[in-house]
Write a protein that binds this ligand. Sequence first.
Ligand code: HEC
Length: 132
Amino acid sequence: MKNLNLLASLLLVFLLSSSMLLADEKPESKEIPMKMPENVKAIVDNSCFGCHNTDSRNEDAREHLDFKTMHQLSDIKKLGALKEIREVIEENEMPPEKFLEKRPEKELTDEQRQLLIDWVKKESMALMNKEK
Ligand code: HEC
């Protein structure tokens, strides 16, 4: 009986700590300060943000594009970043193929591609109109 209690407490500790770990991850993954519709944010969060953020271990990715600081770019630079995003989506270059071999669930669907491109277009138009 004592052993059973011990086992139960160990299990409880394990469950608690793992749920705390999960809870920790959540707010972090939602931290995309760039203003974008929720459905677009969900796609970026799921398929891009892991590599393209300030704390990413993927230096190459984070130097090319950082979704955590993108909102702080000048309008011109933001337009440039949006243009690059559109290009990599249209040419099916992101997420990288090598990564998709391991995480096929991260591949964008046609619908997600379209949503991203529509957002890029809309956001770019808004920025260009602001420039005038
Ligand atoms: C597994 C990590 C990883 C993921 C996930 C990922 N990228 Fe990248 N990305 C990279 C790396 C590495 C580079 C730089 C080297 C290159 O261009 O291939 C890059 C480069 C880029 C560039 C710059 C391209 C250029 O020509 O300079 C853009 C824009 C980009 N990614 C957008 C995205 C978008 C949008 C997503 C989500 C749909 C995404 N990435 C998902 C790793 C990633």
